[in-house]
Write a protein that binds this ligand. Structure first.
Ligand code: CA
Length: 235
């Protein structure tokens, strides 16, 4: 493979073992790994190499990784996966609401990391103008006709309410990305909606039932507990 065709992935992580573990894995999978061990070196590497994806640790020796996230987001939409030892849901929610595409909690498995990397790169491919969804969306057995606002599973139409459709369309637009509860509520009902979380849970339960997804089964729609929902391939 020509080196210039490889995806460049920046790893910002101060733990030497984790950093080289990730780098080895990425290189074995054909990616080019760029390494930084602090927030400031990460920012420098980002401006010098303009990576296709960044894997970002939050607990860094000089500054909080969230600061790198907000600085990068001011000038770039390049995907960022948060890698954090923090299991605190608020950190994840904060990062996702401030432009992170995904997060992985330490300790993590190599298969999980690689799946998240592939998903983030796939979903960062150029897409149509945001705002107006048009055309068709297909994911395994699911098909959404954005123009007609109709939803199909294995060719059969599934009748959704306007709200249920809006939730599904929103998740499909951000395929692979965790959408926090508050970001979904804001998009579907508006910013100041009271009781939005409960309404979201009720609608999501109805959507799963209509799709024939059993409670607790993560097919198509994954509930990242305490954080939000992600649409992904049933695989
Ligand atoms: Ca760290």
């Amino acid at each position: 493979m020509n080196c210039s065709n490889k995806y460049k992935i920046l790893i910002v992580e101060d733990d030497t073992n984790i950093r080289s573990f990730i780098a080895t894995m990425l290189e074995a999978a054909g990616y080019q790994a760029l390494l930084a061990d602090s927030c400031s070196s990460g920012l420098l590497m980002f401006s010098s190499y303009n990576p296709d994806l960044t894997i970002l640790d939050l607990g860094l020796p000089d500054r909080d990784g969230l600061e790198l996230l907000s600085e990068v987001r001011q000038k770039s939409a390049s995907p960022i996966i948060i890698l954090s030892a923090r299991s605190d849901e608020l950190d994840k929610v904060y990062a996702l609401d401030h432009g992170a595409n995904d997060y992985i909690t330490k300790p993590f498995g190599s298969a999980e990391l690689m799946a998240r990397v592939r998903s983030a790169l796939r979903n960062s491919l150029p897409r149509a103008e945001e705002g107006v969804l048009s055309g068709k969306f297909e994911l395994d057995d699911l098909l959404i006709d954005y123009d007609a606002r109709r939803f199909f599973m294995r060719g059969e139409e599934i009748k959704l309410t306007q709200t249920e459709y809006n939730i599904i369309a929103l998740l499909s637009e951000h395929l692979g990305k965790v959408m926090t509860y508050s970001s979904i509520i804001k998009a579907v009902w508006g910013a100041n909606d009271i009781g939005g979380t409960k309404k979201l849970q009720v609608n999501m339960a109805n959507i799963r039932r209509k799709l024939g997804i059993k409670p607790g089964d993560n097919k198509y729609i994954v509930n990242e507990l305490g954080v939000g929902y992600r649409m992904q391939s049933a695989e």
